[in-house]
Design a protein around this ligand. Structure first.
Ligand SMILES: [Zn+2]
Ligand SMILES: [Zn+2]
Length: 200
């Protein structure tokens, strides 16, 4: 807005500028203890000046201090985490997911190793219990089996590149498994960490 320079003693410009509307003095810059006149003037000019929303470009409204806002409240993007899949309302589905994730964490130090659901299914229905850097304990497999039975399905993280853990019934899971391809044997070996040779 219109600004004016405050005058110091002896009527000499002080280098401090005030807003012509709210008369607030602006001293944002000093150099060698002297106010920097043009920078303070610029700040005073911008005081109380209308602003356009940085998102939609339309003029904003004033805030509680009388300054125009930098953006409309409604235009500021909100961070909204994706809501969980509706099938996860089933508590057994959540427990099953948690168990599968814990095993991935233990064996791979990853909350959900890529293909975790396929590998765990194979391990649950096969003879090999090695996974990642270790093996899956019998107790863990027992819990997996029990949780899956109670949930009446298996956890799938959704189509490729999409991570939406969800409970699918066994029939659906079988078709997902078939579409995924591979016998599963190669899957577990693929996920198997390289053997450590005996220390020399
Ligand atoms: Zn002002
Ligand atoms: Zn806006």
């Amino acid at each position: 807005m219109e600004s004016y320079e405050l005058l110091g003693l002896e009527g000499i410009g002080s280098g401090i500028w005030a807003c012509g509307e709210c008369h607030k003095p602006h001293l944002i810059a000093t150099k060698a203890n002297r106010p920097v006149s043009d920078m303070n003037r610029k700040a005073a000019e911008e005081c109380c000046a209308p602003r356009n929303c940085r998102y939609c470009g339309q003029i904003t409204e004033r805030d509680w201090s009388g300054q125009f806002r930098w953006a409309h409240e409604a235009c500021i993007p909100k961070y909204e985490p994706t809501p969980p899949h509706s099938s996860m309302a089933n508590p057994y589905a959540r427990l099953l997911y948690k168990k599968m994730s814990d095993i991935s964490e233990d064996c791979w130090c990853a909350g959900w190793m890529m293909g975790n659901e396929y590998a765990l299914w194979k391990i649950l229905h096969g003879d090999r219990h090695d996974y990642g850097w270790g093996g899956i304990a019998y107790e863990d497999l027992e819990e997996l089996r029990l949780l899956s039975e109670h949930a009446d399905g298996w956890i799938w993280t959704g189509p490729e590149m999409e991570y939406t853990p969800q409970l699918v019934c066994f029939a659906e899971w079988e078709s997902i498994l078939a579409a995924w391809g591979g016998s599963g044997d190669d899957l577990v070996s693929e996920f198997h960490a390289p053997e450590q040779g005996p220390a020399e």
